[in-house]
Design a protein around this ligand. Structure first.
Ligand code: ATP
Ligand code: MG
Length: 359
């Protein structure tokens, strides 16, 4: 099996990079620099090539240098297949993405071409804080495989219409009916895929968590906002029907994938009680599971974008993690200094950034 790997990356007016060019090998790199030197920015730019947007979940305009007019990310890929991807954002014209010289009409045409699994310390907080953060964990992954985004876009549109009707007055069931049908149709597919993913992930997460040195038992379970009894579509339709009265009072849709959650228990306790280190190890185990998932679905190993993975892990956990990261496709790891990175990750090429990358 040969992977696709990011070979050349050029950034123009992207965050702290006025102009910069990086060359990478198939195994990846350690990105080294002091605080604020642009390490996370570099990983973020790579995420645009896979997702068409930032892994930070922020608007494109945030990434334009000093609030300027736009930015450009230009990449060349090698390996099993050679191609180029460019993502160019301009405040007036919006975002334009090309594969080779072909302009894409929608982001979904990009997804799957180059896949990434990312980890950042902020994500640990996001995950601990809210169901929305946990839903995002599922959605970011699933959107990299077949058609999920398509379902989301349709679900969101139907939900928006339904919520508008509910918030503007007390719509009759007949008025709501067309939107109910769509919400259920697209929403149940989202729930089905998320449930399938979580079931698949549970065993992998347990295994990686254990290898990472976590002694506790880990359980992950999809927690839908409505009781699923047999068929998902029918259960959703039934619950939506039953909640209509309440929804007319509240003015919004209260059941559906936008209200679901991922339940995580570590050592029998809810994730909210987990220590920082436990939460971090869980997220890392989940991310390693993600890499397996993408590999199984596409036959290619995704690139790993690992921001500050080794900081605040004890040396045993760090070494276990380093062993899991290498040999799993292209791997990008950030660090203040390469000395804090254990072998075999330490053998990766070192790329130094200093916040003033003008070639
Ligand atoms: N849109 C932007 N335009 C210009 N500079 C920006 C923009 N967004 C962020 N920066 C700058 O980028 C720098 C932060 O870069 P980054 O987060 O990549 O640092 P880092 O190397 O990951 O640091 P740390 O080790 O602290 O995580 C900050 O100095 C910030 O001011
Ligand atoms: Mg950083």
């Amino acid at each position: 099996m040969e992977d696709v790997f990011l070979e050349v990356l050029e950034l123009v007016r992207f965050r702290s990079y006025s102009r910069a060019k990086f060359l990478f090998g198939p195994e990846g790199a350690i990105i080294v620099g002091r605080n604020g030197s642009g390490k996370s920015n570099l990983l973020e730019s790579i995420s645009f090539l896979a997702l068409g947007k930032s892994l930070r979940g922020v608007p494109d305009s945030d990434a334009a240098m000093d609030g300027g007019d736009g930015f450009g990310i230009y990449a060349k890929f090698g390996g099993e297949e050679e191609f180029r991807i460019s993502v160019v954002y301009n405040r007036g014209r919006g975002k334009r993405i090309h594969i080779d010289d072909r302009p894409l009409r929608r982001i979904s045409e990009l997804l799957g071409k180059f896949q990434v699994v990312s980890f950042s310390p902020e994500e640990v907080h996001l995950l601990l804080r809210s169901p929305a953060g946990r839903r995002r964990l599922l959605d970011m992954l699933l959107s990299q495989v077949g058609g999920y985004v398509w379902y989301w876009q349709r679900y969101r549109r139907a939900l928006l219409h339904r919520n508008r009707l509910l918030s503007e007055g007390k719509p009759s069931r007949r008025e709501l009916r067309p939107w109910d049908l769509q919400v259920v149709k697209f929403g149940s597919e989202i729930v089905r895929r998320r449930m399938e993913l979580v079931r698949w992930m549970e065993g992998k997460v347990k295994m990686f968590y254990e290898v990472l040195g976590g002694g506790e038992d880990v359980a992950v379970l999809y927690a839908p906002s409505f009781p699923v009894d047999g068929d998902i579509l029918e259960s959703f339709a039934e619950s939506l029907d039953e909640s209509t009265e309440q929804e007319r009072r509240l003015g919004c849709t209260v059941v559906g994938p936008h209200r679901d959650d991922l339940s995580v228990r570590i050592g029998g306790r809810d994730l909210r009680m987990a220590s920082q280190g436990q939460a971090k190890s869980f997220l890392l185990a989940w991310k390693l599971g993600e890499a397996l998932f993408l590999c199984e679905r596409s036959g290619r190993r995704p690139a790993l974008l690992m921001d500050e993975v080794f900081s605040d892990l004890d040396s045993e956990r760090s070494e276990a993690l380093a062993g899991l990261l290498v040999g799993k496709g292209q791997c990008f790891v950030t660090a203040i200094s390469e000395d804090e990175v254990p072998c075999p990750v330490r053998n990766l090429r070192v790329i130094r950034v200093d916040g003033r990358c003008v070639p």
